[in-house]
Design a protein around this ligand. Structure first.
Ligand SMILES: *[C@@H]1O[C@H](CO)[C@@H](O)[C@H](O)[C@H]1NC(C)=O
Ligand SMILES: *[C@@H]1O[C@H](CO)[C@@H](O)[C@H](O)[C@H]1NC(C)=O
Length: 277
């Protein structure tokens, strides 16, 4: 139903209401005759018509009508004004590391250096040379100490050490002496057994010991010139020196002694007296 049809229907409804009200107010029945006459029980012949009554008081004010229907949809409004500027947003996460920059340009050359002093090269060379010798000596000492620590035997009074460098008898004597010791002199069974065991355990067959008859043929002494008065441990049939060439002594891994030629080279045993505390 369109808006116009609704208005027509409403108007007709109002007219109907007004018509019914009129009937009520005038005391008429639906056919227009007065209702009082219908109720009368006796019918008397009517008299002359009376005077007209006075005009009635005005009726009470009518009630408010019902709420009307929703009106038609309005036309779309105009575009609104631009809104106020928003607040500044939160700080974003840290960005990725940038790529490595290109190589910079070549720098400006540095200033000219100061004039050098004249070098006393001869003197320096001499000092350096001496240093080299010292270092070499130190290295030898270090090697010796390292070997000593690695393999050494000791008694109450002495250390024994097999030097694993092949040397002749005289070199062996000197080597032990510059280390502060002597070519080993087994002056008793205990010392001899210890050295023999040391040789055998090291896997060697023979080493020089500090015994010789260099001074006088057949008169063997220790390197400290004490005679073999109290102890010796010759192998059977030794010393045997038919040509007088065997003036030095080696100890075999069995612990037995054998006279041999002094110029032969072999390992040797040094002994070091422990310092008394
Ligand atoms: C031999 O042993 C005796 C007694 O033990 C001693 O008095 C003497 O000094 C020793 N001789 C040598 C050369 O070692
Ligand atoms: C003892 O020394 C001599 C001379 O060096 C040698 O010919 C001989 O084989 C040695 N004896 C032993 C058992 O090694």
């Amino acid at each position: 139903m369109n808006g116009f049809g609704a208005v027509l229907l409403r108007n007709q409804f109002i007219l109907l209401v007004l018509f019914l009200l009129q009937i009520q107010i005038l005391g008429l029945d639906i056919d227009g005759r007065p209702t009082a006459e219908v109720c009368a029980t006796h019918t008397i012949s009517p008299g002359p018509k009376g005077d007209d009554g006075e005009k009635g008081d005005p009726g009470e004010e009518g009630k408010y009508g019902k709420m009307g229907r929703r009106g038609p949809k309005g036309i779309k409004g105009e575009l609104g004004d631009i809104g106020a500027q928003g607040n500044i947003g939160k700080t974003g996460p840290i960005g990725k590391k940038g790529e490595k920059g290109e190589k910079g340009l070549l720098g400006i050359p540095g200033g000219k250096g100061k004039a050098g002093t004249v070098c006393d090269c001869g003197r320096y060379r001499k000092v350096v040379g001496q240093l080299d010798i010292s270092v070499a000596r130190l290295k030898t000492s270090m090697k010796f100490v390292k070997n000593v620590i690695a393999g050494i035997r000791e008694t109450e009074e002495k250390f024994y050490y097999i030097v694993q460098e092949e040397k002749n008898y005289r070199e062996s004597v000197t080597h032990c002496r510059i280390r502060g010791g002597m070519l080993a002199m087994p002056k008793d069974e205990a010392a001899n057994t210890l050295i023999a065991d040391y040789i055998a355990k090291s896997g060697f067959f023979r080493v020089f010991i500090g015994v010789n008859d260099l001074e006088r043929e057949g008169q063997y002494v220790f390197t400290d010139n004490t005679p073999l008065q109290n102890y010796s441990n010759w192998k059977e049939g030794e010393p045997s020196d038919p040509y007088g060439h065997e003036d030095c002594v080696e100890m075999l891994s069995s612990g037995r002694w054998n006279d041999t030629e002094c110029h032969l080279t072999m390992y040797f045993v040094c002994e070091f007296v422990k310092k008394k505390k």
